[in-house]
Ligand binder design. Structure first.
Ligand code: NDP
Ligand code: 2IT
Length: 447
């Protein structure tokens, strides 16, 4: 019997009440994958899509810690181990007050497809806590990370589940968590990625997501005989992904015009220089620092409180902050301003309405599961360096990252070409990501 998209989505919504972002992520995949399943009925016979939409397990736990005043604080931690058909669970940890089970299920679901696209043996997972690092001291963040790992450590391992960073979790937090894991298990192993260079980290991991999103953009433009040079790019966010995306746009001769945070955006007409990007990196490295301070530091720039950057005229857009940060009206504005390509650095930053508008207009639109896969791709290379106990050079890893992004681009072209050089990257990424996981599940029988 053929799968019916609306019946399938009714089933997903009924089973996962009040998890709207999870419904959204599943819907976006199901829309393109259901017709493919109906053309290949073996997948329907083994209920592969239904099984993929159900995490292997969801772990939730209490994280108690004492703040600097000696008051006890209680947060909730999670790890969603979504699918390990093609490798150990792999995906980041997010610390943000908006974290809940639905958010982590959407991220874990997306991660399964993304990791499959990298071509490396990694399953999908995601974790985090509703902890807000803003306004916390370093000691408070360290104690929180230690308490979080005191529960998480029993569920992870280099061949089981390998977490990494995400919003609110960067090199410092990974260090605190790795230190606690090592203390609890008395084992030095590659259980986290995004580690410091002194203790098993990989060169290029900090840069990989942002650079990768620009490499993907470059591949899309090349496919239409075009290039980044001379083009204006509007970028949201000002964290790890956004700052490295801006840097690579600059390397390619483009002009990164904006960055943002949850308070508003900054606009630097003519584009940020390397020095200005370095200032933002350093400034925003202090958790809780606001991007508004940039406008006081650099004359000629402006700060727009409470707004997002999508109204600034541009050729290229890179949403690199968070989910659903670009809606249909903002997509329409980008299109009327002449935006020709969108490469998502964040996970699911464009809502369904925005995606529909980009696809209808026929502009190049890369979904995050394809365009931001460089970060987890480099994490996969960090895992293999840890297993082999060796260290690859920066040049070698940069070339490896470029190849991963080109291979993902080409897989999208293979599965998503509409006609000539027109590609539906959503369909391409979903089908290419789905196939490998589905075929592994097929091989395992019903488990
Ligand atoms: P960071 O914590 O380094 O930066 C997050 C940025 O996004 C900050 O500028 C932050 O502003 C902004 N932001 C966060 N939440 C919101 C919100 N609700 N509204 C507006 N702005 C917000 O995170 P990353 O750069 O690592 O992650 C950014 C995105 O990229 C996320 O979607 C993440 O899942 C995705 N991603 C990250 C990867 C990685 O390797 N790090 C890999 C692949 C995807 P503020 O300071 O005000 O909170
Ligand atoms: O969303 C993501 O791909 C990440 N946050 C990175 C995951 C990883 O394991 O490096």
């Amino acid at each position: 019997m053929a799968v019916n998209l609306s019946d399938f989505m009714d089933w997903v919504v009924a089973r996962n009440p009040a998890e709207e972002v999870f419904h959204q992520a599943v819907h976006e995949v199901a829309e393109t994958v259901v017709p493919y399943i109906n053309d290949n009925p073996i997948y329907e016979k083994i209920k592969v899509l239904e099984r993929m939409a159900e995490p292997d397990r969801t772990i939730s736990f209490r994280v108690s810690w004492a703040d600097d005043n000696g008051d006890v604080q209680v947060n909730r931690g999670y790890r969603v181990q979504f699918n390990n058909s093609i490798g150990p669970y792999k995906g980041g940890i997010r610390f943000h007050p908006s974290v809940n089970q639905g958010v982590l299920k959407f991220l874990g679901f997306e991660q399964t497809f993304k990791n499959s696209l990298t071509g490396l043996p990694m399953g999908g997972g995601k974790g985090g806590a509703d902890f807000d690092p803003k306004g916390k001291s370093q000691h408070e963040i360290m104690r929180f990370c230690q308490s979080f790992m005191s529960e998480l450590y029993r569920h992870i391992g280099p061949n089981i589940d390998v977490p990494a960073g995400d919003i609110g979790v960067g090199g410092k937090e990974i260090g605190y968590m790795f230190g606690q894991y090592k203390r609890l298990t008395n084992s030095f192993e590659g259980v986290l990625t995004g580690k410091g260079m002194e203790y098993g980290g990989s060169l290029m991991r900090p840069e990989a997501t942002g650079y990768g999103a620009v490499y993907f953009l470059e591949n899309m433009l090349h496919h239409r005989n075009d290039a980044i040079e001379g083009k204006n790019a509007v970028i949201s966010g000002s964290g790890n992904v956004a700052t490295h995306a801006a840097e690579k746009i600059l390397h390619r001769g483009g002009k990164p015009l904006t960055m943002s945070d949850s308070g508003g955006f900054i606009h630097q007409p003519g584009g940020f220089s390397q020095e200005q990007i370095d200032w933002i990196k350093k400034h925003k490295n202090q958790r809780g620092a606001r991007i508004s301070a940039y406008a006081d530091e650099f004359s000629g720039s402006s700060y727009h409180e409470g707004s997002r950057p999508w109204g600034v005229e541009c050729d290229l857009a890179l949403p690199c902050a968070t989910q659903n940060e670009l809606n249909g009206d903002e997509a329409a504005t980008l299109l009327s301003n002449g935006c020709m390509a969108v490469s998502e650095g964040a996970n699911m930053p464009c809502d369904m309405d925005a995606i529909g508008k980009f696809l209808t207009a026929g502009v190049m639109y890369a979904p995050g599961k394809a365009s931001n896969a460089g970060g987890v791709g480099m994490s996969g290379l960090e895992m293999s360096q840890n297993s082999a106990r060796l260290h690859r050079t920066e040049d070698d890893l940069r070339e490896a990252l470029k190849k991963i992004m080109k291979d993902i681009h080409d897989a999208c072209v293979d599965s998503g070409t509409i006609s000539g050089d027109k590609v539906d990257y959503v369909r391409g990424a979903n089908i290419a990501g789905f196939k490998k996981v589905a075929d592994a599940m097929l091989a395992f029988g019903v488990v």
